[in-house]
Ligand binder design. Structure first.
Ligand code: ATP
Length: 571
């Protein structure tokens, strides 16, 4: 396929009136491709040349890309850099200045060159990347160049989520959108969309046979909410409750030699846990995949410290001083693979038993504290004990529940402290727009438009305006720094809103928000019509709690969860 055709598809998809139309256009484009190019197209659609967990980034800042564009045009470097900065979008600038020409690059060639740019590292790589990019831009049509430049600078964000790509692949190669769950399962196990595309081309049997692999992150299983201990007992019956530790969830893979650590967002964060890996190296016996909550402890007393402390370790160069100041302890709670056996389809009770037999203690490693509870009183008692031990509460686990990769279901239910007069749980919402401040807040963002995620429609539906809970530093510095790169002139195609904020953002930044209650509202689109015709759901007295960089927008609270919270709030 020509790259031109790919670029035309992107434009069509961006303008699509509905998701179904988007799926159909993508499926048609996938079918036109020679099979070996399908995985490449899937990656390019995500603006990448390798799955995210491989951590292969382009390493091209906008300024460098602008210099490459100057080189391709034979123009002055400094002037071009300045002009791109003023325009705010290198793609739009390229469309303006590049001479009209046909282009005609092949998709394979563009992928190969982009991959070479990403892989180039070490001394002199900046200049080599720039030159390669400039040659590519010089051969491209303006539309092609715009896509190439946005891709390498990480600014190619389309209105297409993974769910939509999976559906399009199902339609293209299995002949039916409804077969998406088969692809979804493969994706949940491997987190690799390009690999899933390859399997889809082989057919249903290949998809059915897919297994998790050491080194490829498994999309994490998540917990549901219920209003209180009685409802938890009613739903799960006698079950195992575990302390809910307040740290960072990590999935650790070991193939016998090499370790990988993946975050909730499936980013490769191996370099952030040298101390944890050292401990695991000492006690391991053969390849495994486990999950643990990594908690910072007090270097003197050994007591657990709250989540925020983990953030202190998230720096480019972890020094021995930082490791000493913020020591980590891993509370292991899952074993997904060990002794050559995949365990995720086994019931929780069996997985846990295997974990207990497999596990060898270490001063930096502990098994999560668990207890079998048979009555509400026992559950409440264990909950109190968990709070006393410095935890957030409990995760209640169904004894016969398998590990459902990528799913939030009632096999795990979280039980956290309800604060009087407030919803018992916070929500993780995506910022999609903002109103500019007035008075004391003039020149900053006054309030933010926040949305929940609707996975069925693959879109973000607004739920609230958040204006309180931000410090002056948040308002003056942190929010502009975090949000400005994602400003856009009009509403993002994946955002559904009835309100018109002063500025729109690409749905990228996730924040945690607490509120007093959920009410019906004609102004917000969250679960519109699901509870009452002509009404969506909204938060009353929302308040910002913290940034949730560990969550991708698709991991935000779902519209379905908001409906459940709405129904449960008086229970
Ligand atoms: P929250 O925002 O309430 O911390 P979350 O949205 O990050 O939760 P949930 O699925 O709601 O994620 O809650 C489960 C999370 O709790 C897990 O992702 C994990 O990070 C953490 N956790 C702590 N201890 C345990 C445990 N023993 N078992 C499972 N998860 C645990």
């Amino acid at each position: 396929m020509t790259f031109q055709r790919f670029v035309a598809t992107l434009l069509e998809v961006e303008r699509a009136s509905s998701r179904i139309a988007m799926v159909k256009m993508l499926a048609e484009a996938f079918r036109e491709l020679p099979p070996e190019e399908v995985p490449l197209a899937v990656l390019l659609l995500q603006g990448r040349v390798a799955p995210e967990f491989e951590g292969l980034e382009f390493g091209v800042a906008e300024k460098e890309a602008a210099k490459a564009l100057a080189l391709a045009l034979g123009r002055d470097e400094a002037e071009t850099v300045q002009a791109v900065k003023e325009k705010g979008d290198i793609g739009a600038y390229a469309l303006e200045v590049l001479p009209r020409r046909a282009g005609g690059l092949s998709l394979r060639h563009v992928y190969g060159e982009l991959r070479a740019i990403a892989e180039d590292a070490g001394p002199g790589s900046q200049a080599r990347k720039r030159e390669r990019l400039s040659r590519l831009v010089a051969e491209a049509s303006p539309e092609e160049a715009a896509v190439i430049l946005r891709t390498v600078t990480g600014r190619l964000r389309l209105g297409v989520g993974d769910a939509t790509v999976l559906e399009a692949l199902a339609l293209a190669f299995l002949g039916d959108r409804a077969k998406k769950p088969l692809l979804e399962r493969a994706y949940n196990l491997t987190s690799d969309l390009a690999y899933v595309a390859r399997l889809a081309l082989e057919g249903e049997e290949a998809l059915r046979q897919v297994k998790l692999e050491v080194g490829k992150p498994v999309r994490m299983m998540l917990a549901e909410r219920l209003p209180g201990p009685e409802q938890i007992m009613e739903k799960l019956g006698p079950h195992f409750a575990e302390h809910k530790y307040d740290g960072e969830r990590v999935q650790v893979h070991f193939d016998g030699e090499r370790f990988w650590v993946y975050s909730r967002r499936l980013e490769n964060i191996t370099h952030q846990y040298p101390d944890l890996l050292e401990a695991l190296r000492e006690v391991q016996h053969g390849p495994f995949i486990l999950e643990a909550e990594a908690v910072v402890t007090d270097p003197v007393t050994g007591e657990m410290r709250p989540f925020q402390n983990v953030l202190n370790r998230k720096v480019k160069h972890l020094t021995p001083e930082l490791l000493e100041k913020y020591p980590i302890k891993g509370f292991v709670f899952e074993l997904l693979y060990a002794d050559g056996e995949v365990l995720i389809e086994r019931p929780y009770s069996e997985r846990r038993e295997r974990l207990e037999r497999w596990f060898r203690p270490h001063e930096r490693l502990e098994l999560s504290t668990k207890r079998f509870v048979e009555t509400t009183e026992e559950l409440v008692q264990f909950f109190d004990a968990s709070i006393e031990a410095g935890c957030e509460g409990l995760v209640c686990k169904k004894p016969d529940g398998d590990y459902e990769a990528g799913k939030r279901g009632f096999k795990w239910v979280k039980y956290k402290r309800g604060i009087a007069g407030k919803l018992s749980d916070t929500l993780d919402l995506v910022i999609v727009g903002a109103w500019l401040g007035r008075g004391r807040r003039a020149g900053t963002y006054g309030s933010l438009l926040a949305a929940a995620y609707n996975p069925d429609e693959d879109r973000f539906e607004t739920l609230t305006k958040v204006g309180s809970g931000f410090s002056d530093e948040d308002l003056n510095e942190v929010l502009p720094r975090r949000l400005d790169p994602y400003r856009r002139g009009e509403r993002h195609p994946r955002v559904w809103s009835l309100l018109e904020p002063d500025v729109w953002f690409e749905p990228v930044q996730v924040i945690e928000v607490e509120a007093q209650e959920i009410t019906l509202s004609p102004n917000h689109t969250c679960a519109f019509g699901a509870v009452q015709e002509g009404r969506g759901l909204a938060l009353r007295f929302p308040r910002f709690v913290r940034y949730r960089d560990d969550k991708s927008p698709e991991e935000a609270t779902t519209t379905k969860e908001v409906v459940e919270m709405y129904k449960n709030q008086w229970a």
